[in-house]
Ligand binder design. Structure first.
Ligand code: 5GP
Length: 202
C-alpha cells in the first residue's frame, strides 16, 4: 500500500485558507486533521469537526503525554495537531490535509519533510486588510497584529513548496486541487504500483 500524502495549507489569517481547506475537503478524498485548541468555539463551530475544544489544563496534559505532532500558541490560544490519527491515516494510504499557521507548517515540515506545503495569500495586503475587517472578528488592535504577522509569514516563503493567490475563490480551490493531483502523480509517490507493474511483466 502506497503511503498517503500529507498536505499543509497555511498562510496569513484572512487570506482564505480556512475556506479553501473546507472546499478541498468537500471535493476530494482528503482526510481532515482536526486540531485541538484552547480557544472558545465560535458560533456554528462543532466539537470534533472544526476543533477539539479543550481547557488549558487538559491541553497541558496532552502536551505532557506527547500526544501532539506540533503545538503552537497563536494569538493567546493554544493550537495543536494530535499525532496518532495522522500517521494512522497515512499508513492506510489516506491523504491528510492540514490547515495550520506558519509555525505549525514549519514544525510539521521539520518532523515530516515529505509534507507538501501550500501558502495561501491574497493578491495584495489591501485585500487582506479588507477581508479581515469584513470578517468582523477583529478589534483594531488584533487587526494590526494580524497584518504585521502576515508580512513576516510571507517572508518565510522558502518553507513552502507552492503559493496560491486567493483572488477568485473557485480558481484558488482548483489550483490547490491541481497541486495535490500533481503531487499524487509524482513517480516517487507511485513506486509500489510501478514495481508491481514491472514485476508482473516478467
Ligand atoms: P482560528 O482561531 O481562526 O480558528 O485559527 C487561528 C490560527 O491557528 C489559524 O492561522 C489556524 O491556521 C491556526 N491553527 C489551527 N489549528 C492549528 C494547529 O493544529 N496547529 C497550529 N500550529 N496552528 C493551527
Amino acid at each position: 500500500m502506497e503511503k498517503g500524502l500529507l498536505v499543509i495549507i497555511s498562510g496569513p489569517s484572512g487570506a482564505g485558507k480556512g475556506t479553501i481547506y473546507q472546499k478541498v475537503i468537500e471535493r476530494t478524498d482528503m482526510k481532515r486533521s482536526v486540531s485541538v485548541t484552547t480557544r472558545k468555539p465560535r458560533e456554528g463551530e462543532v466539537e470534533g469537526v472544526n476543533y477539539y475544544f479543550r481547557t488549558e489544563e487538559e491541553y497541558q496534559q496532552m502536551i505532557a503525554s506527547g500526544e501532539f505532532l506540533e503545538t503552537a500558541e497563536v494569538y493567546k490560544n493554544y493550537y495543536g495537531t494530535p499525532k496518532a490519527p495522522v500517521f494512522a491515516n497515512l499508513e492506510k494510504g489516506n491523504d491528510v490535509l492540514f490547515e495550520v499557521d506558519v509555525h505549525g507548517a514549519r514544525s510539521i515540515k521539520k518532523k515530516y519533510p515529505e509534507a507538501v506545503a501550500i501558502f495561501v495569500m491574497t493578491p495584495d495586503f489591501e485585500t487582506l486588510k479588507k477581508r479581515l475587517i469584513d470578517r468582523g472578528t477583529e478589534t483594531a488592535d488584533s487587526l494590526k497584529t494580524r497584518l504585521s504577522a502576515a508580512k513576516s509569514e510571507l517572508a518565510q516563503y522558502k518553507l513552502f513548496d507552492y503559493i496560491v493567490f486567493n483572488d477568485e475563490l473557485e480558481v484558488a480551490v482548483n489550483e490547490v486541487i491541481d497541486i495535490i493531483t500533481a503531487e499524487k502523480r509524482k513517480t516517487k509517490n507511485n513506486l509500489e504500483k510501478i514495481n508491481e507493474l514491472l514485476d508482473n511483466q516478467k
